[in-house]
Design a protein around this ligand. Structure first.
Ligand code: PHB
Length: 375
């Protein structure tokens, strides 16, 4: 190994709670919509897909609904039934067998859903009855992308039940053998809908003031900490994300304050989507917000957002982040860390097979070794 490789910032081990991550190349949570039907149950093919990627410093599972109400797309997996827990055991077992580590991402979609996906054909729920203009979902293999309808505003009395959904999901994830959990509070799903001023117009104690907008997300995170302990819990936020019709009038204040509360709670990490979902940083990175968060949040900062290996090395070297998650490159390169280590070329991703389908575009991307063996 050359000196340069030994000093590669991406390959300095990192310790987080009782986990030692062998590298800083983490796999993002990635919706792939390939669970078994009926029942949204993880299967052997899913287990193999994650196992192929076990060389990641840490894997985040695809977003996983904590309850039937938390579901927003056809074929996404859940963590609320016995069969799903057993299915996820196959995934965690396969990853651990290959020497990897995996956290589950706990998900409730809120208003990004459709009556066809909801129990008893109900209206999706949200902080306020505001339709996310332009937001889309799919309800079957051939529905295409369709508009999500106007949601129903949750009653104040329903908040305890939402917290309970996450608590049960966290318990189930523990039973399924995960190493920890990430609470999804980004990309326009339920908790992000509460955090951001554009989607939360409530007048009770869960909306209006900033402290009120933070209330439900903090209650959820506390419940998850109660199950797992703070060292095994992280949170994903997207301060400037506009995906799913999101807007906040003062993201520095909102997310700086949220980060201060998360620091007080002592969670293990904060994963920050430093752009919109699938963004390309056309307008640069939100450095001011990154500063605001870095200043108050003392735990592990995980950066997400279309980074190349070289950019990630630079960000870590400049102490802008501790770890980096990679999404689309990990879809197409099961051995992404090794490719980064060697500065090897990357397989290209095929976006027509991101959501739904079979092995094609899922478990059939070759590793470098397989490519070498085939010439
Ligand atoms: C999606 O299914 O499109 C999706 C899911 C979770 C995210 C972002 C996008 O955080």
């Amino acid at each position: 190994m050359s000196n340069q490789q030994q000093n590669d910032p991406l390959f300095q081990p990192y310790s987080m709670g009782d986990l030692i991550l062998p590298n800083r190349v983490l796999m993002s949570p990635l919706t792939r919509a390939r669970s078994s039907q009926p029942g949204d149950i993880p299967n052997d093919m899913n287990a193999y897909y994650y196992q192929q990627r076990a060389s990641a410093g840490l894997i985040f599972s695809e977003a996983t609904q904590v309850s039937p109400q938390g579901k927003g797309y056809a074929f996404t997996p859940g963590i609320h039934s016995r069969e799903q827990i057993e299915g996820w055991k196959k995934v965690t077992g396969a990853v651990h067998m290959a020497g990897g580590r995996i956290h589950m991402q706990l998900w409730h979609v809120g208003r990004i859903s459709h009556p066809e996906l909801q129990p008893n054909g109900s209206q999706p729920v949200a902080p306020s009855a505001i339709k996310p203009e332009g937001a889309k979902t799919f309800i079957s293999a051939d529905s295409g992308m369709i508009d999500v309808p106007e949601p129903r505003a949750l009653e104040t009395e329903e908040m305890a039940g939402i917290v309970e959904q996450y608590r049960q999901g966290a318990l189930n994830a523990r039973e399924a053998g995960f190493d920890g959990v990430e609470v999804h509070a980004a990309n326009g799903y339920l908790l992000d809908q509460f955090l951001k001023s554009g989607s939360n117009h409530r007048t009770d104690e869960y909306g209006g003031s900033l402290e009120n907008r933070l209330r439900l997300p903090l209650m959820v995170i506390q419940a998850v900490i109660d199950v797992w302990g703070k060292d095994k819990v992280g949170v994903r936020i997207g301060p400037t994300g506009s995906f799913n019709a999101m807007y906040d009038e003062n993201p520095i204040e909102t997310f700086g304050t949220f980060a201060r509360h998360l620091n007080d709670l002592g969670i293990a990490y904060l994963e920050v989507v430093e752009d919109s979902f699938q963004g390309n940083h056309a307008n640069g990175r939100p450095e001011e917000i990154i500063d605001a968060i870095r200043n108050v949040y003392k735990g592990t900062y995980i950066a997400n957002g279309a980074y190349t290996a070289e950019e990630a090395r630079e960000r870590i070297s400049k102490n802008r982040c501790d770890l980096v998650t990679f999404g689309r490159p990990f879809i197409a390169n099961p051995d992404l860390p090794e490719r980064f280590r060697q500065n090897a070329p990357l397989n290209k991703w095929d976006d027509s097979t991101f959501y739904g389908g079979d092995e094609q575009g899922y478990t059939d991307y070759p590793t470098l070794k397989e490519l070498e063996a085939s010439v």
